[in-house]
Design a protein around this ligand. Structure first.
Ligand code: UDX
Length: 440
């Protein structure tokens, strides 16, 4: 099928390449000519394993192309996926929908007289799609097909999804629109396919992210309780996760969630709940966000404590800047907040990250002379760091593990003073079985 994809950021580039691999003929559209050039040469705008190969395969097969021309897009296809960003507004918790509005308005202004289908994938507040449908000419239908992509797993999450959710309009065009989207994904095989109204589809996406965020903040809140009472959040988390009603995902305690999606989707949902006067819902979501932001202050407090009360002029090495391992994305990264706060407090901060270009990848160099070492992102190279070799490099063997990712016994055996989240601080020689068995 001939398809256009509007917006070629993380979501759009991945979606376009994946649609091509399903056999479709795809034209990607973006307002950024540099990005379009790069994509036309097979280079993804973001760090995403396998995406460059998939782009190159599509380009070579002649079924994938990128352009800045909306006229070309309007001519290319009758189905148009909307994949533009919806960041948090500069001055509120609401989502900024300006890219959605301008992409749709520009496209519609160029559409010929036939029937067209706009399939929204961008994450938007409940009611957005209905509003778009109402301002479309009758021959243009709008449906909503939210994405659930995790950065670093975008291709698998698109080609082997857990579920496909599709909101269709309550107009006569709804059922046919649903069939078209079903046909586009036909080769994905047996995947639960839920057809619903536009608003429910929008809400599925934001509530999925809000639920993941809630799980993370919940385990972090319990981590504080563990610290205050002498429990161990790692064992506790494993025990909770074994209950199939709870499940093990999103239950790792530590520095909390960040990135381009979870925080802004949670905030967008909070703002929407307030707009429609769903106050208890808004309070719940607000508490989840507050707990998450508290994690960052908490880590800075732990580092300050490790420095004896002030970080001023102390050499602190922060391992990790991206919001999670496997990504170079620093949007709303908890690590970046911690780095900024430690610098503001006068700390002499050295940062090491394997993917974020602003920082060094030289782990040994970063550790040399450190008075406190902080794990802010659980990159495998930090998790697997040899504590004996690292001990020889630092000035003071004190580690604050903001991701609870280090094998505690190995670190304390190597002489480190270990401070994690929701577990007792441990120094060399203190090594109870319960901690050793959960450390890995
Ligand atoms: C998320 C959702 O998972 C995805 O379905 C949605 O489409 C977009 O948002 P992503 O932003 O790639 O994907 O991040 P994810 O892997 O979910 O991690 C989010 C953040 O939570 C990271 O900062 C991570 O470090 C943190 N996290 C995750 C925890 O602190 N604890 C956990 O147990 C899991």
């Amino acid at each position: 099928m001939k398809i256009t994809v509007l917006g070629t950021g993380y979501l759009g580039a991945t979606h376009a390449a994946c649609l091509t691999s399903l056999g479709h003929d795809v034209l990607g559209v973006d307002i950024d000519p540099v990005r379009v050039d790069s994509l036309n040469n097979g280079h993804s705008p973001v760090l995403e394993p396998g995406l460059d190969d998939l782009l190159t395969a599509g380009l070579q097969a002649g079924r994938l192309r990128f352009t800045t021309s909306v006229t070309e897009a309007a001519d290319h296809a009758r189905v148009h996926f909307l994949c533009v960003g919806t960041p948090q507004s500069a001055d509120s918790w609401e989502m900024d929908l300006s890219a959605v509005d301008s992409a749709v308005d520009e496209l519609v202004a160029h559409l010929d007289h036939g029937d067209h289908l706009i399939v929204g994938k961008s994450t938007v507040p409940a009611g957005t799609a209905q509003g778009l449908q109402e301002r479309m000419p009758e021959r243009v239908a709008v449906c909503w097909n939210p994405e659930f992509l995790r950065e670093g797993h975008g291709i698998a999450d698109t080609l082997q999804p857990d579920r496909i959710v599709l909101g269709i309009p309550d107009t006569g065009a709804g059922p046919a629109a649903g069939e078209t989207v079903r046909e586009i994904y036909a080769d994905l095989g047996e995947v639960p396919f839920l057809v619903t109204d536009l608003t429910t589809a929008e809400l599925v996406k934001v509530s999925a992210n809000a639920f993941l965020a809630t799980k993370i903040s919940f385990i972090n809140a319990v981590a504080d309780l563990c610290e205050a009472t002498g429990g161990d959040v790692s064992v506790l988390s494993t025990a909770l996760g074994l209950d199939p009603r709870i499940g093990p995902g999103a239950l790792s305690a530590g520095l909390g969630f960040g990135g381009g999606c979870l925080p802004k989707d949670l905030r967008g949902l909070t703002a929407r709940a307030e707009q429609v006067d769903a106050r208890q819902a808004a309070d719940l979501f607000r508490a989840v966000d507050a707990e998450n932001m508290h994690r960052r202050d908490r880590l800075v407090d732990q580092v300050t404590d490790a420095c004896g009360g002030s970080v001023s002029d102390r050499r602190i090495t922060v391992l990790g800047a991206s919001f999670k391992p496997g990504s170079d994305d620093i949007r709303d990264s908890p690590a970046m907040t911690v780095i900024g706060d430690l610098e503001d407090a006068g700390g002499l901060v050295t940062v090491c990250d394997p993917a974020v270009p602003a920082y060094s990848r030289d782990l040994s160099g970063a550790l040399r002379g450190a008075e406190v070492t902080v794990i802010a992102t659980d990159w495998p190279e930090f998790r697997d760091l040899d504590p004996v070799a690292a001990c020889d490099l630092v000035a003071v063997p004190t580690v604050v593990d903001g991701r609870n990712c280090l094998p505690v016994a190995r670190w304390t055996d190597a002489g480190w003073d270990y401070r994690g989240t929701g577990r007792r601080a441990q120094s060399s020689g203190w090594n109870p079985a319960s901690t050793a068995s959960t450390a890995n």
